[in-house]
Design a protein around this ligand. Structure first.
Ligand code: GLY
Length: 377
């Protein structure tokens, strides 16, 4: 057991050591899930494309791990996304994840004007997905010939809104923020349940805006509680509050946070869905834990002192458990930083493996615990 206060520094050193090694193989590509020890790459248009460069920017932003090699890889990844933005067809609402952790990150760290322009272009495309009648951002384009999904919105989109808030701040034009808040208010109305659990997918009539139904998506069932969806809500609502100061977003972040930590197992790392029948394997989703921890640390920054400590400690507890119980620090045959993530249990895709967004949020949470004031969101 590592002494209090020292563990996060030690963890940072482990991350830096490991990423020095893995970045030599992965380079400027787009890892998603580590299968049998090696990260499998996705195409640049996949929603996870920002996490690897984002993780490298986090390391670059800290004097203890600053490396030109990290910067060069992250810049190369960002350039490759230009084809995706011009290609247009494969874009979806995850434009936010993708360009926040590449272009906004680089702009915030280095002031690069080309990165700022890229991020603004991405923000404008994200605005183009807004359904005025239903006041939601459309999640995806049709996946196949004849498929209709213009009425679908998903909780994950809460993490795409910071790109819009940032766009308003950097341009002085409030339209982006207004649109983000309209979507966040729809989420408050139709996604955040009274007990703090969260709907994954809500379907609207795209013509009239009327709410039609709820889908289980990556959770076990429509009425279950997908843990990563809860973490997207915790962090996304906390960020909406950070940018707008609106108490209703902070209240929703807290409600989801209390549901989350009331349902954690003993080691503080969630099962992939908090409401599965006994017969279903309770695989963990370490990525949900890492993202929720960042959300809890964000709530801690928004509330007064005695309350803040509750959220800070809850976030630290999760991150410390990930480090001590889920890390693969001495395993040279494993590229992932954090084991036991679950990407999509119902589709049986990438179950019980390291996931790049789990790694990213783990490193972001560590940076915060070590006193970093940097936020790409
Ligand atoms: N945004 C997709 C997921 O959380 O898996």
């Amino acid at each position: 057991m590592i002494e209090n206060g020292v563990w996060a520094d030690e963890a940072w050193g482990q991350v830096h050591r490991k990423v020095t090694r893995t970045s030599a193989r992965i380079g400027a590509r787009f890892p998603h899930a580590s299968v049998e020890g090696s990260y499998v790459m996705e195409a640049a248009h996949w929603w996870t494309a920002g996490f690897w460069p984002g993780l490298l920017w986090l390391l670059y932003g800290d004097e203890a791990s600053k490396s030109d090699s990290y910067r060069e890889i992250a810049e190369d990844c960002e350039r490759q996304l230009d084809e995706v933005i011009i290609g247009y067809d494969r874009l979806d609402h995850d434009i936010g994840f993708m360009w926040t952790l590449t272009s906004v990150a680089r702009y915030k760290l280095l002031g690069d004007e080309q990165s700022r322009r890229r991020a603004l272009l991405a923000a404008n495309l994200l605005c183009g997905r807004f359904n005025v009648k239903g006041r939601y951002i459309r999640a995806w384009n049709p996946w196949g010939e004849g498929q209709r999904n213009e009425g679908l919105a998903i909780i994950d989109c809460m993490m795409n809104l910071p790109l819009l808030y940032w766009a308003s701040e950097t341009t002085g034009d409030p339209r982006y923020k207004h649109l983000a808040m309209a979507h966040a208010d729809t989420v408050l109305e139709h996604f955040v349940r009274a007990d703090g659990s969260i709907n994954h997918i809500v379907e609207f009539d795209a013509e009239t805006g009327e709410k039609l139904t709820v889908h289980g998506g990556q959770g076990y069932a429509p009425e279950s509680a997908w843990s990563r969806g809860t973490s997207w809500a915790i962090y996304g609502m906390a960020l909406s509050h950070r940018y707008t100061g609106e108490a209703r977003y902070l209240e929703a972040a807290k409600r989801a946070a209390h549901f989350f930590f009331a349902n954690l197992p003993e080691d503080s790392v969630p099962v992939w869905d908090f409401r599965i029948p006994e017969a279903v394997t309770p695989y963990r989703d370490s990525s949900a834990g890492a993202c929720a921890a960042c959300g809890l640390l964000a709530i801690a920054e928004a509330v007064p002192a005695p309350e803040a400590e509750l959220y800070r400690q809850a976030g630290e507890r999760i991150l410390r458990s990930l480090y001590e119980n889920y890390g693969a620090w001495n395993d040279e045959a494993e590229e992932g930083l954090v084991l036991h993530g679950t990407s999509h249990f119902p589709a049986q895709q990438n179950v019980d493996v390291p996931l790049i967004y789990g790694d990213y949020f783990f490193v972001e949470g560590l940076a915060k615990l070590r006193g970093s004031r940097l936020s790409f969101w």
